[in-house]
Write a protein that binds this ligand. Structure first.
Ligand code: CA
Length: 424
């Protein structure tokens, strides 16, 4: 089980227990448009919070580390004087006040900007991507889509020194035994010389690099794809592309099979019991009246497929293959799998989904989020940096403007408030 923080450029808080795990996106239970205030079970700072010295805990962990093949020299070098960073415990205990609707999630993860950036990367990295396809059987658009969603093509890695973050999580908070495994794995990665110690930074939960692998995932699946002798997911995008393709291949990716297709459902089709895992032959779906989105017959070549609907029968619907399951396994969230799948289709030249999300207030791209933030700044709100991420300060400002305009004051940035503020 892995635990991983979601990609930083969408403030989705959560944990990824995957690569068969949960995720930001997992706990991110995407209930369409629902904003839930969770009575924050805030963990009060207790006695240990006053003491950031980890030396006693490290002394306790040392025998287990030795068993886990961390040498005494590595241990001494990286744990001497290690201080806890309690901000990672706050992240671990954080309960999001704001649940992200699927249309907000998708609008920011698969926007024109990311499609254009991805097309540029496809071109720049075509040699490495062709080699990855040849060796692992995973096509270039899929690999680049994962890269774009995981780290915005290497631009968003997280900023926590991994040894400190994982050392803290090994000694404090929930799930210490899980994090100890990752802590030891991080130390073995340094011991093997794959990544320089000062470069090993990532999410608060320990995911790092272009592919946001957890350390144990790195050990299982990272590959040296540029041939310099090290698997460096921090500073080699070629290693990262090869490692991503290897991940998907090991997750069961079948070469040449699409992830799925958008479909049109017949009126009254029951969704009860259906889902990604409930695979049926395409002919069964055809017999129940499911068609391609343009109304034509389903392609037999998809084989056995499940029906995926993330916003009910009125929203976009998809028949998904085992390759969707491989994407899902990267972060154990269907919304996440769909973002990668859709971005890969967009990189192949497809347009947006034919069926709109069932909302009268669609989500904003990152460019639109920045525009909204600019309009809030012009109205005198302090929202921090105009970075396209609608965090707490932006939401407070949006709520104030919504109240002024007589909108529902939910603090959510969607098309309605953007259009209202554009109009002054
Ligand atoms: Ca390398």
């Amino acid at each position: 089980m892995h635990c991983k923080h979601t990609n930083a450029d969408l403030q989705l808080t959560s944990m990824r227990f995957n690569q068969i795990s949960s995720s930001a996106r997992d706990t991110l239970a995407l209930f369409a448009g629902v904003i839930t205030v969770i009575a924050a079970a805030l963990i009060a700072p207790s006695a240990w919070a006053q003491n950031s010295d980890l030396s006693a805990c490290m002394a306790e962990l040392r025998p287990a580390a030795r068993t886990a093949k961390v040498t005494d020299a590595t241990w001494a070098r990286h744990t001497a004087g290690l201080q806890a960073d309690f901000s990672v415990i706050e992240k671990l205990n954080f309960q999001p006040e704001f649940r992200t609707a699927i249309w907000d999630y998708m609008a920011a993860l698969v926007d024109d900007e990311r499609v254009a950036d991805g097309a540029a990367r496809l071109n720049e990295q075509r040699a490495a991507l062709a080699r990855a396809e040849q060796r692992f059987g995973v096509d270039a658009a899929t690999v680049v889509a994962v890269w774009g969603v995981e780290s915005n093509f290497g631009q968003t890695f997280g900023k926590y020194p991994l040894v400190q973050a994982l050392g803290t999580l090994s000694c404090h908070g929930r799930r210490q035994s899980y994090f100890r495994g990752e802590f030891f794995a991080a130390l073995r990665i340094l011991q093997a010389g794959h990544i320089a110690p000062e470069r090993l930074v990532g999410s608060w939960a320990g995911a790092f690099g272009h592919t946001q692998f957890m350390p144990s995932t790195f050990e299982r699946l990272a590959v040296d794809f540029d041939g310099d002798g090290r698997a460096d997911l921090m500073d080699s995008s070629v290693d990262a592309l090869g490692s991503t393709a290897n991940f998907l291949a090991r997750a069961g990716w079948q070469s040449g099979l699409p992830w799925g297709i958008e479909v049109k459902l017949p009126a009254g089709l029951s969704l009860a019991g259906e889902g990604r895992r409930t695979k049926r032959p395409v002919a069964d779906w055809a017999a129940r009246g499911v068609r391609r989105i343009d109304g034509s017959a389903l392609p037999d070549s998809l084989g056995s497929v499940g029906l995926l609907t993330l916003a009910g029968a009125k929203g976009p619907a998809f028949l998904v293959t085992r390759n969707f399951d491989a994407l899902y396994s990267y972060n154990a969230a269907e919304s996440y799998g769909l973002a990668i799948a859709h971005l890969s289709d967009r990189l192949r030249g497809a347009g947006p989904f034919a069926t709109p999300w069932p909302t009268d207030d669609p989500g904003l791209s990152r460019a639109e989020r920045r525009e909204l933030q600019g309009l809030l700044v012009m109205r005198g709100h302090d929202i921090g940096p105009v970075d396209g991420m609608l965090g707490d300060k932006s939401r407070v400002a949006i709520r104030t403007e919504q109240q002024r305009l007589g909108h529902e004051a939910d603090g959510r940035g969607g098309q309605k408030i953007l259009k209202a503020l554009r109009g002054g």
